[in-house]
Design a protein around this ligand. Structure first.
Ligand code: NAP
Length: 271
Protein backbone atom coordinates (compact mmCIF):
# COMPACT_ATOMS: atom_id res chain seq x y z
CA UNK A 1 0.00 0.00 0.00
CA UNK A 2 1.50 3.30 -1.12
CA UNK A 3 0.94 6.32 1.11
CA UNK A 4 0.47 9.38 -1.11
CA UNK A 5 -0.42 12.05 1.40
CA UNK A 6 -1.35 12.41 5.02
CA UNK A 7 -4.99 11.72 4.24
CA UNK A 8 -5.28 9.37 1.26
CA UNK A 9 -3.81 5.91 0.72
CA UNK A 10 -3.78 4.24 -2.68
CA UNK A 11 -4.50 0.50 -2.54
CA UNK A 12 -4.25 -1.96 -5.41
CA UNK A 13 -7.23 -4.10 -6.35
CA UNK A 14 -6.93 -5.83 -2.95
CA UNK A 15 -7.66 -4.09 0.31
CA UNK A 16 -5.34 -4.66 3.28
CA UNK A 17 -6.07 -8.07 4.85
CA UNK A 18 -8.83 -7.83 7.44
CA UNK A 19 -9.01 -9.70 10.74
CA UNK A 20 -11.87 -12.19 11.22
CA UNK A 21 -14.08 -9.73 13.13
CA UNK A 22 -13.38 -6.80 10.80
CA UNK A 23 -15.65 -3.79 10.39
CA UNK A 24 -18.03 -3.80 7.41
CA UNK A 25 -16.40 -2.51 4.26
CA UNK A 26 -18.08 0.13 2.15
CA UNK A 27 -17.13 0.90 -1.45
CA UNK A 28 -17.71 4.44 -2.74
CA UNK A 29 -17.72 4.80 -6.51
CA UNK A 30 -16.45 8.35 -6.73
CA UNK A 31 -14.81 10.91 -8.98
CA UNK A 32 -17.12 13.68 -7.77
CA UNK A 33 -17.29 16.28 -5.03
CA UNK A 34 -20.03 14.26 -3.34
CA UNK A 35 -17.89 11.12 -3.44
CA UNK A 36 -15.03 13.00 -1.76
CA UNK A 37 -17.37 14.57 0.81
CA UNK A 38 -18.85 11.19 1.61
CA UNK A 39 -15.39 9.66 2.04
CA UNK A 40 -14.39 12.51 4.36
CA UNK A 41 -17.52 12.04 6.50
CA UNK A 42 -17.21 8.26 6.68
CA UNK A 43 -13.43 8.31 7.25
CA UNK A 44 -14.10 9.61 10.75
CA UNK A 45 -16.09 6.53 11.70
CA UNK A 46 -14.40 3.76 13.64
CA UNK A 47 -17.07 1.12 12.89
CA UNK A 48 -16.62 0.81 9.11
CA UNK A 49 -13.79 0.66 6.57
CA UNK A 50 -14.32 2.81 3.49
CA UNK A 51 -12.58 2.57 0.15
CA UNK A 52 -13.15 5.09 -2.64
CA UNK A 53 -12.79 4.06 -6.26
CA UNK A 54 -11.71 6.44 -9.03
CA UNK A 55 -11.69 5.64 -12.75
CA UNK A 56 -8.25 7.17 -13.26
CA UNK A 57 -9.31 9.52 -16.06
CA UNK A 58 -7.53 12.59 -14.67
CA UNK A 59 -3.73 12.52 -14.65
CA UNK A 60 -3.42 14.03 -11.17
CA UNK A 61 -6.73 13.42 -9.42
CA UNK A 62 -7.72 15.08 -6.17
CA UNK A 63 -7.67 12.09 -3.87
CA UNK A 64 -10.49 11.58 -1.38
CA UNK A 65 -9.63 10.92 2.25
CA UNK A 66 -8.95 7.36 3.33
CA UNK A 67 -8.31 4.28 1.19
CA UNK A 68 -8.45 4.85 -2.56
CA UNK A 69 -8.23 2.44 -5.48
CA UNK A 70 -7.79 3.69 -9.05
CA UNK A 71 -8.83 2.17 -12.39
CA UNK A 72 -11.71 0.21 -13.92
CA UNK A 73 -12.85 -3.10 -12.42
CA UNK A 74 -13.31 -4.88 -15.75
CA UNK A 75 -17.04 -4.50 -16.37
CA UNK A 76 -19.86 -6.12 -14.39
CA UNK A 77 -17.91 -9.36 -13.92
CA UNK A 78 -14.84 -7.57 -12.57
CA UNK A 79 -16.86 -5.42 -10.19
CA UNK A 80 -18.89 -8.40 -8.96
CA UNK A 81 -15.64 -10.29 -8.29
CA UNK A 82 -14.19 -7.32 -6.43
CA UNK A 83 -17.30 -7.07 -4.20
CA UNK A 84 -17.09 -10.75 -3.31
CA UNK A 85 -13.28 -10.96 -2.91
CA UNK A 86 -13.12 -7.81 -0.79
CA UNK A 87 -16.23 -8.73 1.23
CA UNK A 88 -17.86 -5.39 0.50
CA UNK A 89 -20.96 -4.89 2.68
CA UNK A 90 -22.43 -1.97 0.75
CA UNK A 91 -21.73 0.15 -2.33
CA UNK A 92 -22.48 3.85 -2.65
CA UNK A 93 -22.53 5.01 -6.25
CA UNK A 94 -21.58 8.68 -6.06
CA UNK A 95 -20.35 8.95 -9.65
CA UNK A 96 -21.11 11.87 -11.95
CA UNK A 97 -24.61 12.07 -13.51
CA UNK A 98 -23.03 11.60 -16.96
CA UNK A 99 -21.00 8.53 -15.95
CA UNK A 100 -23.74 6.09 -16.94
CA UNK A 101 -21.79 2.92 -17.65
CA UNK A 102 -20.24 2.51 -14.22
CA UNK A 103 -23.66 3.04 -12.62
CA UNK A 104 -25.32 0.43 -14.80
CA UNK A 105 -22.43 -1.92 -14.00
CA UNK A 106 -22.84 -1.23 -10.29
CA UNK A 107 -26.56 -2.05 -10.40
CA UNK A 108 -25.91 -5.28 -12.27
CA UNK A 109 -22.96 -6.36 -10.06
CA UNK A 110 -24.81 -5.57 -6.83
CA UNK A 111 -27.93 -7.40 -8.00
CA UNK A 112 -25.83 -10.42 -8.92
CA UNK A 113 -23.91 -10.54 -5.63
CA UNK A 114 -26.70 -9.35 -3.32
CA UNK A 115 -24.59 -6.42 -2.08
CA UNK A 116 -26.82 -3.45 -1.15
CA UNK A 117 -26.40 -0.41 -3.40
CA UNK A 118 -27.10 3.24 -2.57
CA UNK A 119 -27.38 5.61 -5.51
CA UNK A 120 -26.39 9.20 -4.85
CA UNK A 121 -27.33 11.66 -7.60
CA UNK A 122 -27.50 15.40 -7.18
CA UNK A 123 -30.62 16.90 -8.76
CA UNK A 124 -30.38 18.36 -12.26
CA UNK A 125 -30.32 22.16 -12.66
CA UNK A 126 -33.61 23.78 -13.61
CA UNK A 127 -33.77 27.00 -15.62
CA UNK A 128 -34.99 30.08 -13.80
CA UNK A 129 -36.01 33.56 -14.88
CA UNK A 130 -33.30 35.18 -16.99
CA UNK A 131 -31.91 31.88 -18.30
CA UNK A 132 -32.04 31.23 -22.05
CA UNK A 133 -31.65 27.49 -22.37
CA UNK A 134 -31.94 25.37 -25.45
CA UNK A 135 -32.32 21.87 -24.01
CA UNK A 136 -31.09 18.93 -26.06
CA UNK A 137 -31.03 15.20 -25.41
CA UNK A 138 -27.39 14.43 -26.16
CA UNK A 139 -24.00 15.66 -27.41
CA UNK A 140 -24.76 15.07 -31.13
CA UNK A 141 -27.95 17.14 -30.92
CA UNK A 142 -25.98 19.92 -29.22
CA UNK A 143 -23.41 19.84 -32.05
CA UNK A 144 -26.12 19.95 -34.73
CA UNK A 145 -27.82 22.89 -33.05
CA UNK A 146 -24.62 24.86 -32.58
CA UNK A 147 -23.10 24.17 -36.03
CA UNK A 148 -25.92 26.04 -37.73
CA UNK A 149 -25.08 29.21 -35.80
CA UNK A 150 -21.73 30.44 -37.17
CA UNK A 151 -20.92 31.55 -33.62
CA UNK A 152 -18.26 31.70 -30.90
CA UNK A 153 -18.99 28.89 -28.49
CA UNK A 154 -17.67 27.98 -25.05
CA UNK A 155 -17.63 24.18 -24.90
CA UNK A 156 -17.65 23.28 -21.24
CA UNK A 157 -18.30 19.54 -21.33
CA UNK A 158 -14.97 17.99 -20.30
CA UNK A 159 -12.87 16.10 -22.85
CA UNK A 160 -14.61 12.76 -23.39
CA UNK A 161 -17.42 13.84 -25.69
CA UNK A 162 -15.59 16.43 -27.79
CA UNK A 163 -15.65 14.18 -30.85
CA UNK A 164 -19.37 14.88 -31.27
CA UNK A 165 -18.36 18.45 -32.23
CA UNK A 166 -15.46 17.52 -34.52
CA UNK A 167 -17.48 17.96 -37.73
CA UNK A 168 -18.63 21.49 -36.86
CA UNK A 169 -17.14 23.67 -39.58
CA UNK A 170 -18.52 27.16 -39.11
CA UNK A 171 -18.20 27.48 -35.36
CA UNK A 172 -15.28 28.66 -33.25
CA UNK A 173 -14.89 26.82 -29.94
CA UNK A 174 -13.26 27.69 -26.67
CA UNK A 175 -12.72 24.26 -25.08
CA UNK A 176 -11.96 24.07 -21.36
CA UNK A 177 -10.37 20.82 -20.14
CA UNK A 178 -8.19 19.58 -17.29
CA UNK A 179 -6.01 17.21 -19.36
CA UNK A 180 -5.14 17.07 -23.08
CA UNK A 181 -8.05 15.61 -25.13
CA UNK A 182 -7.20 12.46 -27.11
CA UNK A 183 -9.90 12.28 -29.81
CA UNK A 184 -10.67 14.48 -32.83
CA UNK A 185 -11.47 18.13 -32.19
CA UNK A 186 -13.38 20.70 -34.23
CA UNK A 187 -11.38 22.57 -36.83
CA UNK A 188 -11.57 26.02 -35.21
CA UNK A 189 -10.81 25.95 -31.53
CA UNK A 190 -8.69 27.14 -28.66
CA UNK A 191 -7.90 24.79 -25.76
CA UNK A 192 -7.89 26.18 -22.25
CA UNK A 193 -6.34 23.98 -19.55
CA UNK A 194 -8.03 24.84 -16.25
CA UNK A 195 -9.29 22.95 -13.21
CA UNK A 196 -12.28 24.34 -11.26
CA UNK A 197 -13.84 25.56 -9.14
CA UNK A 198 -14.43 28.81 -11.05
CA UNK A 199 -15.97 31.87 -9.46
CA UNK A 200 -18.86 33.79 -11.00
CA UNK A 201 -16.50 36.72 -11.66
CA UNK A 202 -13.96 34.46 -13.41
CA UNK A 203 -16.67 32.98 -15.63
CA UNK A 204 -18.06 36.40 -16.56
CA UNK A 205 -14.54 37.55 -17.45
CA UNK A 206 -13.85 34.44 -19.53
CA UNK A 207 -17.08 34.80 -21.51
CA UNK A 208 -16.41 38.50 -22.11
CA UNK A 209 -12.73 38.05 -23.01
CA UNK A 210 -13.61 35.52 -25.71
CA UNK A 211 -16.77 37.27 -26.97
CA UNK A 212 -18.76 34.09 -26.42
CA UNK A 213 -22.19 33.84 -28.12
CA UNK A 214 -23.25 30.41 -26.78
CA UNK A 215 -22.23 28.06 -23.97
CA UNK A 216 -22.62 24.30 -24.29
CA UNK A 217 -22.95 22.55 -20.93
CA UNK A 218 -23.95 19.19 -19.50
CA UNK A 219 -26.77 19.37 -16.97
CA UNK A 220 -24.42 18.22 -14.23
CA UNK A 221 -26.37 19.78 -11.37
CA UNK A 222 -24.76 20.79 -8.08
CA UNK A 223 -22.94 23.96 -7.08
CA UNK A 224 -19.40 23.13 -8.33
CA UNK A 225 -19.87 24.24 -11.95
CA UNK A 226 -23.01 26.35 -11.62
CA UNK A 227 -21.15 29.70 -11.78
CA UNK A 228 -20.92 29.48 -15.59
CA UNK A 229 -24.72 29.16 -15.76
CA UNK A 230 -25.09 32.20 -13.53
CA UNK A 231 -22.56 34.09 -15.66
CA UNK A 232 -24.58 33.31 -18.81
CA UNK A 233 -27.76 34.52 -17.09
CA UNK A 234 -26.16 37.80 -16.12
CA UNK A 235 -24.67 38.40 -19.60
CA UNK A 236 -27.76 37.19 -21.53
CA UNK A 237 -25.81 34.37 -23.19
CA UNK A 238 -27.86 31.34 -24.33
CA UNK A 239 -26.91 27.90 -22.96
CA UNK A 240 -27.24 24.69 -24.94
CA UNK A 241 -28.04 22.38 -22.05
CA UNK A 242 -27.41 18.68 -22.61
CA UNK A 243 -29.79 16.35 -20.74
CA UNK A 244 -28.58 13.49 -18.58
CA UNK A 245 -28.20 9.94 -19.85
CA UNK A 246 -30.30 7.16 -18.34
CA UNK A 247 -28.41 5.88 -15.32
CA UNK A 248 -30.56 4.06 -12.79
CA UNK A 249 -33.57 1.83 -12.69
CA UNK A 250 -33.92 2.62 -8.96
CA UNK A 251 -34.60 5.86 -7.12
CA UNK A 252 -31.43 7.71 -6.00
CA UNK A 253 -30.91 9.80 -2.87
CA UNK A 254 -29.87 13.39 -3.57
CA UNK A 255 -27.48 14.40 -0.81
CA UNK A 256 -24.48 13.08 1.06
CA UNK A 257 -26.43 13.21 4.32
CA UNK A 258 -29.24 11.09 2.83
CA UNK A 259 -26.67 8.57 1.61
CA UNK A 260 -25.18 8.32 5.11
CA UNK A 261 -28.64 7.72 6.60
CA UNK A 262 -29.37 5.04 3.98
CA UNK A 263 -26.02 3.38 4.73
CA UNK A 264 -26.82 3.38 8.45
CA UNK A 265 -30.08 1.51 7.77
CA UNK A 266 -28.34 -1.07 5.61
CA UNK A 267 -25.58 -1.73 8.13
CA UNK A 268 -28.03 -2.08 11.05
CA UNK A 269 -30.11 -4.54 9.05
CA UNK A 270 -27.07 -6.55 7.97
CA UNK A 271 -24.99 -6.74 11.14
P1 NAP B 1 -18.44 5.72 -17.42
O1 NAP B 1 -18.50 6.00 -18.89
O2 NAP B 1 -19.71 5.51 -16.70
O3 NAP B 1 -17.54 4.46 -17.11
C1 NAP B 1 -16.65 3.91 -18.06
C2 NAP B 1 -15.79 2.91 -17.36
O4 NAP B 1 -14.85 3.56 -16.49
C3 NAP B 1 -16.56 1.97 -16.44
O5 NAP B 1 -17.14 0.91 -17.15
C4 NAP B 1 -15.47 1.55 -15.47
O6 NAP B 1 -14.58 0.62 -16.06
C5 NAP B 1 -14.67 2.82 -15.31
N1 NAP B 1 -15.12 3.63 -14.17
C6 NAP B 1 -15.94 4.71 -14.18
N2 NAP B 1 -16.06 5.24 -12.96
C7 NAP B 1 -15.30 4.48 -12.14
C8 NAP B 1 -15.00 4.52 -10.76
N3 NAP B 1 -15.49 5.49 -9.96
N4 NAP B 1 -14.17 3.56 -10.25
C9 NAP B 1 -13.66 2.61 -11.07
N5 NAP B 1 -13.90 2.52 -12.36
C10 NAP B 1 -14.70 3.44 -12.91
O7 NAP B 1 -17.63 6.88 -16.66
P2 NAP B 1 -17.00 8.24 -17.23
O8 NAP B 1 -18.09 9.10 -17.73
O9 NAP B 1 -15.85 7.89 -18.09
O10 NAP B 1 -16.48 8.89 -15.86
C11 NAP B 1 -15.34 8.35 -15.23
C12 NAP B 1 -15.26 8.88 -13.82
O11 NAP B 1 -15.14 10.30 -13.85
C13 NAP B 1 -16.48 8.55 -12.96
O12 NAP B 1 -16.02 8.00 -11.77
C14 NAP B 1 -17.17 9.87 -12.74
O13 NAP B 1 -17.71 10.00 -11.45
C15 NAP B 1 -16.07 10.90 -12.99
N6 NAP B 1 -16.59 12.09 -13.67
C16 NAP B 1 -17.25 11.96 -14.85
C17 NAP B 1 -17.75 13.08 -15.47
C18 NAP B 1 -18.52 12.96 -16.75
O14 NAP B 1 -19.01 13.99 -17.25
N7 NAP B 1 -18.66 11.77 -17.34
C19 NAP B 1 -17.57 14.34 -14.89
C20 NAP B 1 -16.89 14.44 -13.67
C21 NAP B 1 -16.40 13.30 -13.07
P3 NAP B 1 -14.77 -0.95 -15.88
O15 NAP B 1 -15.94 -1.34 -16.72
O16 NAP B 1 -13.47 -1.51 -16.33
O17 NAP B 1 -15.04 -1.19 -14.41
Amino acid sequence: MQKLSGEASITGNRLPAAPEQAHPRVLILGGTGEGAELAACLAERQDITVVSSLAGRVAEPRLPEGLVRVGGFGGVDGLALYLVNEKIAAVIDATHPFAARISRNAEAACTRTGVPLILLARPAWKSIEGDQWHEVADFRSAAQFIDAKDARVFLSIGRQELEAFSDCKDTWFLIRVIDEPSGPLPQNHKLLFRRGPFSFEDEVQLLRDHSIDYVVSKNSGGPATYSKIEACRSLGIPVVMIGRPFKYASQPVETVQEAIVALGRILIDKF
